[in-house]
Design a protein around this ligand. Structure first.
Ligand SMILES: [Zn+2]
Length: 216
């Protein structure tokens, strides 16, 4: 079987989506790209999260053609593949309809950078791209265009949800979790009043410290 470790990794990471309240039923998907072969491991379409196994993950090539797998690949596969083809540094992608972030997407609004955690992780607002239909690579095109003008690893899609990227599938999951957490904080603050802004120079300082100095 191809890529047993990446299959296991991508399968196990799917458990983080319901655990972090990012998905309902079978919505949401994760993929990971193997740096050595360029092959992509992605969730099978319409399978319940508790029925996901390393074996029923689907392996596709850069154009989305199934290389190994007995199931149909996620309906978002063409968009994942488009993003991987355009963004060589990305090796993990997560898509969710997480509640608070999608509320901003429904309004076509970015999530403003008003917490130090957002400055750390996203280096600015989490941008919102335009509307795109599901099934082909149109969503991927919107994601790539939206992330191009931003330091954020994740973006919103108008009337749809969240796409988060990372250097690995795990870091993309972290970005998806942090996107929802900050969306919930900003939404809550908006119910009480107008959030205070952080000066752009301070956002830069926070981002640079966190990205370059923070951690072990
Ligand atoms: Zn979706």
């Amino acid at each position: 079987m191809l890529l047993p470790e990446l299959r296991r990794k991508v399968c196990d990471l799917h458990a983080e989506l319901p655990k972090n309240h990012l998905v309902a039923w079978t919505s949401g998907n994760i993929s990971g790209r193997d740096p050595a072969t360029g092959l992509i491991v992605i969730k099978p379409s319409g399978v319940l999260f508790e029925h996901l196994t390393a074996d029923n993950m689907v392996v596709v090539d850069a154009n989305g053609a199934v290389v190994e797998g007995s199931h149909k690949a996620s309906s978002d596969t063409a968009s994942h593949c488009y993003i991987y083809r355009q963004m060589p540094q990305v090796h993990g992608i997560v898509h969710t309809h997480s509640r608070y972030a999608t509320a901003f997407a429904v309004l076509g609004r970015e999530i403003p950078c008003v917490t130090t955690a957002m400055a750390d992780e996203f280096g600015g607002p989490i941008p919102c791209g335009g509307f795109a239909l599901i099934g082909g690579e149109e969503i991927g095109q919107v994601v790539v265009a939206t992330l191009a003008g931003s330091r954020s690893p994740s973006c919103l899609l108008q009337s749809h949800g969240v796409f988060a990227t990372g250097a690995s599938a795990e870091s993309a999951v972290k970005a998806a979790v942090m996107t929802e957490d900050n969306a919930a904080i900003v939404w809550t603050a908006l119910q009480i009043g107008a959030p205070l802004t952080i000066a752009p120079a301070d956002i830069d300082r926070l981002y640079n410290r966190y990205q370059n100095v923070y951690g072990q």
